[in-house]
Design a protein around this ligand. Structure first.
Ligand SMILES: NC(=O)c1ccc[n+]([C@@H]2O[C@H](COP(=O)([O-])OP(=O)(O)OC[C@H]3O[C@@H](n4cnc5c(N)ncnc54)[C@H](OP(=O)(O)O)[C@@H]3O)[C@@H](O)[C@H]2O)c1
Length: 294
């Protein structure tokens, strides 16, 4: 990581994550001003060289870049609302978790107060902050991101997604969907195999290989989704649906949970009923792209 070390940074919010962020800036050599509602959480950072601002307004005034990381967007407004005159001309990067609507609304709120606003999402635990393992997503105007990129590099692998302020939050939840889907599928297989005395550790390398193979399909399947054309080059959805029925039957036979396989099959069945049985699996994007019709 190549972080410019002379840029002053303010970090507002010193919970588990905020303390990790401020610590990474300090370790990279940035003059770091901090503020937290509970001031004692700044003690360690102050011992390491941070300046504890007496007020939020003072913290905002300490430099041109402020990172805020608190529980939720409501706390962001409560904290910054009373000192919003200080935002004029400053860059505010909000690493508080929230959804895309909240991010876009916060961008508008900050813009009305003259601030440059970037939204962000942290895909890491506090102990990873400051290492390449910590992926931190940003969205908002590119010039505002580029102006501070070298400073943000102190936090980890810093990624810019695009001008739409909501993108960081959307990528964040898209990543969670991926994570839970892979884990749930692995747990289903593990539950099945345990009925035959195969332990989780024995199945894990096999499952990992399947996940890697499926991951390789994604670019080609993405092309089908983006072009809106789903020729069955490998297998047709109706073939997959028959395999799904086997998965449900086997799960019932050996006495494990069938909720997940039934969910797969009900989505495939709806798509087949809509005339897509002869097309390839990614045609299911049409089921995923709208609320379920009852
Ligand atoms: N921890 C993680 O692994 C992780 C990972 C990714 C993203 N995040 C996100 O990072 C954000 C912070 O998480 P965290 O783990 O640092 O949480 P935390 O340890 O619970 O800290 C919450 C912070 O928000 C402040 N806060 C909450 N409500 C406030 C209010 N009304 N006014 C003023 N300050 C308020 C707290 O101040 P006090 O100290 O005074 O209570 C504290 O600084 C969250 O949005 C979280 O989703 C966390």
């Amino acid at each position: 990581m190549n972080s410019r070390t002379d840029t002053p940074v303010t970090v507002i919010g010193l919970g588990l994550m905020g303390r990790a962020l401020a610590g990474a800036f300090l370790r990279a050599g940035h003059p770091t001003t901090v503020w937290n509602r509970t001031t004692s959480k700044a003690d360690q950072l102050v011992a390491e060289g941070a300046r504890l601002a007496p007020t939020v307004a003072d913290a905002l005034g300490a430099g041109s870049l402020t990172i805020i990381c608190v529980t939720d967007y409501q706390a962001v407004y409560e904290l910054l609302g009373a000192s919003d005159g200080e935002l004029d001309g400053k860059t505010l990067i909000n690493l508080t978790s929230g959804d895309s609507t909240q991010a876009r609304e916060a961008a508008q709120w900050a813009g009305q107060r003259g601030a440059h606003y970037l939204d962000g999402a942290i895909m890491a635990i506090p102990s990873a902050i400051g290492t390449a393992e910590a992926v931190i997503l940003h969205s908002g105007p590119r010039p505002d991101f580029e102006a501070h990129r070298s400073t943000l590099d102190a936090l980890g692998t810093v990624t810019y997604l695009g001008a739409d302020q909501g993108l960081a939050s959307l990528y964040d939840v898209a990543g969670l969907a991926m994570m839970w889907s892979v884990l749930n599928a692995w747990l289903q297989g593990t539950a099945l195999l345990r009925t035959a005395g195969v332990d989780a550790a024995t199945y894990a390398p096999f499952a990992r290989q399947i996940a890697a193979t499926v991951a390789e399909w994604l670019p080609g399947y993405a092309e089908q989704i983006d072009s809106g054309s789903f020729p069955a080059e490998v297998s047709a959805l109706e073939t997959d649906a028959r395999a799904m029925a086997h998965l449900i039957e086997e799960s019932e036979t050996v006495g494990v949970n069938t909720e997940l396989p039934k969910l797969f099959k009900s989505m495939a069945d709806r798509s087949i009923a809509a005339g897509h049985g002869g097309e390839q699996y990614p045609v299911l994007i049409e089921e995923f792209s709208r609320p379920r019709k009852n």
